[in-house]
Design a protein around this ligand. Sequence first.
Ligand code: PHE
Ligand code: CO
Length: 286
Amino acid sequence: MDDGRTTTGSALGKTTPPRADFTIDQDWAAYSPEDHAIWRTLFKRQEAILRDRACREFVDGLVGLGVAADGIPDFKKLNAVLDATTGWTIVAVPGLVPDAVFFEHLANRRFPSTCFIRRADQLDYLQEPDIFHDVYGHVPMLMNPIFADYMQAYGKGGLKALGLGSLHHLARLYWYTVEFGLIRTQEGLRIYGSGIVSSKGESIYCLEDAAPNRIGFDLLRIMRTKYRIDDFQESYFVIDSFDQLFDATRPDFTPYYAALRDQPDLEPGTVLPSDSILHRGITPVP
Ligand code: PHE
Ligand code: CO
């Protein structure tokens, strides 16, 4: 699963050319009964799995939005609620969106979402984002005021990182928080990352499997850590609160990028002596 900026597009949305900001119309009426049935299947599966695994903020957002099992949501209906709650709107995009365009949307509290839904033979894994990942995975967290501000700040930071040639560092932060983040709560470890909540296998693996590392959030350490887009993560990073995440990312990153330039990248599975380890991953003996 990637971060939503490098999709290859779909049949839906290919009929009308995108506008200058790459947005298109969702064309909700064009979804087939089969498309809606796939949404229903995915939704129901995740509902059962995420009940005790997703964080409260995600579940509250999902319920608040009225995203439901009945079928693929109409962006217009979701936007009425989302805009009134945090001032965010979903905009439909056909596929590939250049980094600058993606960040410009986020910086203006617009979330670019794909429109197409995966095929029935792709229920368990898809390397590119589809509407289930984008809407079910990302949009509920945008109902949370702190996370909503974080995503906008990330958009502004993305534009800056682009100008500084440091996007590869910033992109890792998005990956290990927005897409694959875990949070420590009073009920235990919970998921808030969109790439996890939209994946049945990884929703269980990230919390319960002994293989991956679970490491306390550390901004600069995360920005040094490479990631894989073709398999479950080898390391997850755990925040204590969304305030922690927002506060840590508030400073100007310019000096951080300068410092990172002299530091080697870390492999995804690396554990450092300085890490605050919640769980050290166990490599299965072959
Ligand atoms: N504060 C960061 C900067 O100056 C921007 C940012 C905010 C990045 C939130 C990520 C998340 O670049
Ligand atoms: Co995503």
